[in-house]
Write a protein that binds this ligand. Structure first.
Ligand code: FAD
Length: 383
């Protein structure tokens, strides 16, 4: 078995690992290797809806969303296979509490938004049923894209900046002074910096290194409906009904959600949507979009993402010096990983952090506490 010395090892070749490698390279590290046990983008990053919520929300601050939009527009320019679909988008409320959330988001965001009544939504988007709508927030320049191509674009940019991608499974970590020895099935790496960005597998890997984070693998699901007639819909989210959706480029309608289901066995995971989720979509689809009354199910799938107790990711150094984590994006890792990766790189090289890192501190929980998984499609409350 050979041993290689590098400046940083990134574990995981999903969107988070690829973006971490890009940001570490731009922060000045020379020798970076991404270790991925399967194909890049073969897990959650290739199964997402690809809605870039940073065009609609500023969950972690205006600067974080802006950085994400700029990075992804750079990828779009550099990578021919990547197409951004730009559409209108709406957050739709079906309760008084939801309408209040929309009002407060409208007042606090720096993104251009318009607050609409149910009648105004009906006038603009007549395909929506609006009898039970209590308000809507309109965004004019929202984006969705193919998440697999976006992840491959991030890998391509990383490769252009000199990052190596190796097809290897990480098995063990040993700390020897200021060096961390990373054992894979075929190689050994010595490095002062390890970034665990392994999505739903992150907790398990950190436990092997002798540390822990409060992180639970959970399921995110998608159903694609075939409507009897093609009606183009914008992107929309309905947190009161725990679903979001949009038209697909092929004229079908995508529904996403179903996020509170824990994943008990990471390896024998079934990549299909669950029956309760499909039933839920069957019920709410015609309530939101009446033209889906006689729609049929065209396809469905599921993927493993990771939940944290407060819905904030873990970004930064663990209690073991030199072992960093970037994970726990709670179903919005495609959108928020550019900011997460940049903050991670800032902290690793000791630069001024993009945002206050305290809210993302990986040691803010003990790691072994029990917690309920919250639905990702719910109203977002600032901490
Ligand atoms: C159905 C669905 C819809 C979604 N929709 C959206 C959306 O519209 N917008 C959005 O922003 N987000 C969305 N998400 C969430 C998003 O997909 C995830 O947050 C994001 O992909 C997480 O990226 P990741 O790199 O952390 O994880 P992953 O893509 O899961 O990558 C982790 C990688 O680590 C590798 N790995 C694990 N163990 C090891 C090991 N021992 N050695 C080496 N490699 C290892 C795995 O093989 C895997 O490739 C959705 C997710 C799903 C499932």
């Amino acid at each position: 078995m050979t041993s290689t010395h590098v400046d940083a090892v990134v574990v995981g070749g999903g969107i988070v690992g690829a973006n971490c490698a890009v940001q570490l390279s731009r922060a000045g590290l020379d020798d970076i290797v991404i270790l991925e046990r399967d194909a890049p983008a073969s897990k959650a990053s290739g199964r997402a809806a690809g809605n870039l919520t940073i065009y609609r929300h500023e969950r972690f601050g205006a600067e974080a969303s802006r950085l994400g939009r700029e990075l992804y527009e750079e990828y779009e320019r550099k990578y021919d296979a990547l197409t951004f679909h730009r559409t209108n988008s709406y957050s739709i409320a079906y309760s008084d509490e939801g309408a209040e959330h929309l009002r407060s988001e409208h007042e606090s965001t720096t993104i251009e938004t318009e607050l609409l009544t149910a009648d105004e939504l009906a006038a603009r988007e007549p395909e929506f049923a609006t009898d039970n709508v209590t308000g809507a927030l309109s965004f004019t320049d929202a984006v969705y894209t193919d998440p697999k191509q976006l992840t491959l674009a991030a890998h391509s940019v990383a490769r252009d900046e000199g990052v190596a991608l190796e097809h290897q499974e990480v098995c063990e970590f040993d700390v020897e002074g200021s060096e961390i020895i990373v054992q894979t099935t075929t190689n050994t790496y010595e490095t002062p910096n390890v970034v665990v960005a392994a999505g739903a597998w992150t907790k398990r890997l950190l436990q092997r290194a002798g540390t822990d984070v409060a992180l639970r693998p959970r399921t995110s699901q998608i159903a694609i409906l075939d409507p009897p007639e093609t009606v183009d819909t914008p992107m929309w989210s309905a947190p009161d009904l725990s679903v979001y959706g949009r038209s697909t480029p092929e004229g079908r309608v995508l529904f996403g959600g179903g996020t509170t289901t824990p994943v008990t066995d990471l390896e024998s995971f079934r990549n299909r949507a669950s029956v309760p989720f499909l039933r839920q979509v069957g019920e709410v689809a015609p309530e939101i979009l009446p033209f889906l009354e006689d729609a049929t199910l065209h396809d469905d799938w599921a993927g493993r993402v990771s939940a944290t107790p407060d819905r904030y990711p873990y970004i930064g150094e663990t209690e073991i010096e030199g072992i960093y984590v970037c994970a726990g994006f709670n179903g919005e890792g495609i959108s928020n990983s550019p900011f997460g990766a940049r903050l991670l790189a800032d902290l690793l090289v000791g630069a001024d952090p993009l945002v206050d890192p305290a809210a993302f501190d990986p040691t803010r929980y003990r790691g072994n506490e029990a917690f309920e998984i919250s639905d990702a499609v719910q109203w977002w409350a600032d901490r």
